[in-house]
Structure formats: structure tokens, C-alpha cells
Design a protein around this ligand. Structure first.
Ligand code: FAD
Length: 412
């Protein structure tokens, strides 16, 4: 079978690319080894982070780094055996996290973030997935005045620089909005323009169904069978395409390395578990308890508790120690009932050392394109990535300047 383009990877990013290409009249095949949306894009915290103009940097203050090094933090853990491979990446991440470099990165990153909600809304509208999208923002809650003041300062800076909208809630307002949360919390900050999703897997599935409605084909296949110019093995046998897009999230470097690209991709792993709510307790919006390092979000399946980052080999066995350590604290914050999943879900955030995704053409192969490395914001940035890449591929004027996201920035 012949297509104009084969998109490899059916996560939020790949599905969004496929939709945008199909909308522009190309014949597109979307190939994944599973049904769309069943890996990283299934288990995230469901935030569409309009406020996320500064991607998550590595703290540079010695006290925090020492705390991480002790490997007992709830928010960040590491597998000691993964360190030899992780350290060069972490060094580059640390380098890019210096305040002035981070600010320069934010100037590029914010051009994508600015469109995250509007591009989701366009796809939600087209796919009829309104019920899955929740406007109204999300809450960062505070246990100490120091943390509250620090976040207020940061949010004020993001407002002045990039128009990020937020409101500050005192303890009484927080109790009014979220009566089931612990009364020990002293207040919160709500990022009001952000949206959230009640079932990230269902959202990817809805976008994929819309892609099929437009005439696109969703096929099961193994992306590692990709052969230049361009063919891949699928359930229908070999399919051929004029161009190929690699959107394999944390598995992207399996294929790019094979094609001769040395791109620095690492993973920050994370876990989730669902819980029933006890005694009729309600959670109206996602809540980040940043001083401890976890997030709880109301999802279709129950209250989803997600963890911070675990530095480990991508395919190392799951070690949900952060989840186990956080659960008793989360139970004090919100009346969580019994666990609803047999085991913790493990996901892998696909990260680059400069915190920005790789979006654009491959420089050593004609008609090969990249869309991966969205780290903490792949749900947020999927649709704008899809639009940007599709515009580049068909030769339209791109919605934002794509040059900061090109792969060549990592060529030495
Ligand atoms: C705990 C946690 C919380 C998060 N919270 C948020 C959040 O609130 N907001 C946000 O924006 N982001 C969040 N993220 C990040 C976000 O989930 C990811 O950035 C995003 O899902 C990446 O999407 P993707 O399409 O690039 O990758 P994926 O969703 O992983 O898709 C890659 C696809 O490639 C397929 N694939 C891999 N290898 C092959 C192969 N050989 N052949 C065929 N197919 C293959 C996989 O099956 C998969 O479907 C979170 C992540 C974690 C782990």
C-alpha cells in the first residue's frame, strides 16, 4: 500500500501530527505496535499547562542537589546503576538550567506553549471530545508561606513576561473551592488558563478516531522495520510512503540511532495509581503538592496520584518507591480510599538536555521528520507540535518559528 506519509508512534504527539497532515490532504498511515495512546500519553497527570512557559529545569542550588544525591527525596529518585549513563545527560541538563540560559530557552518554548490550549480546543471541537476537556486551571497548594511567596514571585514574572494568568487563594478560599483537602494547607495558586483532561488515553483515542474519519489509516506495526525512502512492516504487510515521521516518544532514539543520528534523549520515569475517594470526598481540579512532590487529579477512573521523576534506564523493572512513600502523605491531604489498580503504572517522559522537543526535518535523510522529546509537556504540546510539523512538511508558513526546535542544535 502507498501513502504520502507514515507517522511512526501513536501517542499524543504522533496522533496530532497524523491529524494535521491528513487535514492538509495527505494520505497518512499512523503505525504503532499498540492501539493509539497506550504508552506515556495514557498515564500522565492530564494537565494542559498554559502556564508552563519555563520548562522544568534542574535545580542548581547545592542544598537541593545534595538532597537529590542522597536519593531519599520524594520528588526525585535515581537508580545508582543508571548513573554512569545518566550523568553526562544530567550535566548538560544542569548547564542549560542556569537562569540566563533557562530564560533564553523559555523565549522559544513559550512560542509553543502559547498555542497549547487553542490547538487542543480545535482538535477537541473537530473530534467531538468536549466531555474530556476541563477548563478552569489547576492548583498548586502550599504548606509554608515561604513556598507560597516563591511561587507568587515566579508566577508574577511569567505573567509580566508571557501573560500567564493566575490567582492566589488564601486558606479560606482554598477550603471553599476544595473542601475535601486538608485544612493544614495554607493557600494555593491557581493557573487559570490551563486546562485538564479527565482521561488522557480517551483524548488520544478521540483524536485518532477523527483522523480515521478524515480518511487516515491506523495500522499495527513495528517502527524499527523502517527502511529508507520509506517503508515499514505492518499488519497489512509492507507499506510505502514518500515521507516518514518519527514520533516514538521515549523510544524515538531506538530508530534515530539506527539511522545514524546521535541525539541526546533520556527518560524521567514516573508512576501513577488510582484511588477511590472516601466518604463522598470530591476533588474538582488537579492539585500539585509541590513541597512534597506529587499531584492528585480527578480522572474518569478515580483520583489519579502521579509521582515526580525517577532517573533510571528506560526499560529497567518498575520500582515505585516514590509512590509508596508519597501515598500516606497524599492520604493526609485528601481522603483517598482503596487502590483501584493491580499495580502502579510506569511511564517515561522523553527528555532532551535543553528541555525543548525536537520538531523538524532530519538533516541527513530526505523526507524524514522528527517530533519527539516533549518531556513533561507532551500532552500539552501534542496538537501545536502536530500543526507546526504539518505546516513545515507541506510548505505552509509555520505558525511559530521552528528553528529553535531543530535536531541540528545537538550536532557538535
Ligand atoms: C507521571 C507522568 C505525568 C505526566 N504529566 C503530564 C501532564 O500533566 N501534562 C503533559 O503535558 N505531559 C505530562 N507528562 C508527559 C507526557 O505524558 C509525555 O510527554 C507524552 O505522553 C509523550 O507523548 P509521545 O506521543 O511523544 O509519546 P508516547 O505517548 O509514549 O507515544 C509513543 C508511541 O510510540 C509507540 N512505539 C514505541 N516503539 C514502537 C515501535 N518499535 N513500533 C511501533 N510503535 C512503537 C508506543 O507504543 C507509543 O504509543 C507526564 C508524564 C508522566 C510519566
Amino acid at each position: 500500500m502507498k501513502f504520502d506519509t507514515v507517522v511512526l508512534g501513536g501517542g499524543m504527539v504522533g496522533v496530532s501530527v497524523a491529524v494535521h497532515l491528513q487535514q492538509r490532504g495527505l494520505r497518512v498511515a499512523l503505525v504503532d505496535r499498540k492501539a493509539p495512546g497506550n504508552e506515556t500519553s495514557l498515564g500522565n497527570a492530564g494537565l494542559i499547562q498554559r502556564e508552563g512557559v519555563y520548562p522544568y529545569a534542574l535545580p542548581r542550588d547545592p542544598a537541593t542537589l545534595l538532597r537529590y544525591a542522597r536519593n531519599r527525596s520524594l520528588d526525585v529518585r535515581y537508580h545508582p546503576r543508571a548513573l554512569p549513563k545518566a550523568l553526562p545527560f544530567l550535566y548538560r541538563y544542569w548547564y542549560h538550567s542556569r537562569a540566563d540560559r533557562h530564560a533564553a530557552i523559555a523565549r522559544s518554548y513559550a512560542t509553543l506553549i502559547e498555542h497549547c490550549v487553542s490547538e487542543h480546543r480545535a482538535l477537541v471541537e473537530a473530534s467531538g471530545a468536549h466531555a474530556l476537556l476541563r477548563p478552569g486551571g489547576w492548583l498548586k497548594v502550599f504548606r509554608s508561606a515561604r513556598a507560597q511567596q516563591a511561587e507568587l514571585r515566579a508566577a508574577g514574572q511569567w505573567r509580566d513576561e508571557y501573560g500567564v494568568a493566575f490567582e492566589s487563594l488564601d486558606a479560606a478560599q482554598l477550603r471553599h473551592d476544595e473542601p475535601s483537602l486538608s485544612h493544614a494547607l495554607i493557600g494555593a495558586l491557581r493557573y487559570t488558563d490551563a486546562h485538564s483532561v479527565s482521561d488522557p488515553n480517551a483524548l488520544v483515542t478521540a483524536y485518532a478516531r477523527y483522523f480515521e474519519k478524515l480518511g487516515g489509516r491506523v495500522l499495527t506495526g513495528d517502527a524499527t522495520t523502517l527502511q529508507p525512502h520509506w517503508s515499514v512492516e505492518t499488519e497489512l504487510g509492507r507499506i510505502d510512503a514518500q515521507s516518514a515521521v518519527i514520533a516514538l516518544g521515549p523510544w524515538s532514539d531506538v530508530l534515530t540511532a539506527r539511522l545514524g543520528y546521535a541525539l541526546p534523549l533520556a527518560v524521567k520515569r514516573g508512576y501513577h495509581m488510582h484511588y477511590a475517594a472516601r466518604d463522598g470526598a470530591r476533588l474538582n481540579q488537579p492539585v500539585l503538592d509541590a513541597e512534597i512532590g506529587y499531584l492528585i487529579a480527578p480522572m474518569a477512573r478515580g483520583i489519579r496520584l502521579t509521582t515526580g521523576a525517577e532517573v533510571a534506564y528506560r526499560d529497567a523493572p518498575a520500582t515505585p518507591v516514590q509512590l509508596d512513600a508519597i501515598e500516606p502523605i497524599a492520604r493526609q491531604t485528601f481522603p483517598l480510599g482503596q487502590r483501584l489498580d493491580q499495580e502502579a503504572w510506569l511511564g517515561r517522559r522523553p527528555c532532551t538536555p535543553d528541555m525543548m522537543p525536537i520538531i523538524g526535518p532530519a538533516n541527513r535523510h530526505k523526507d524524514l521528520w522528527f517530533a519527539f522529546g516533549h518531556a513533561h509537556h507532551g500532552l500539552t504540546l501534542g496538537p501545536i507540535t502536530g500543526r507546526l510539523l504539518a505546516e513545515m512538511m507541506v510548505g505552509d508558513v509555520p505558525i511559530v518559528d521552528p528553528s529553535p526546535f531543530r535536531a541540528e542544535r545537538f550536532s557538535s
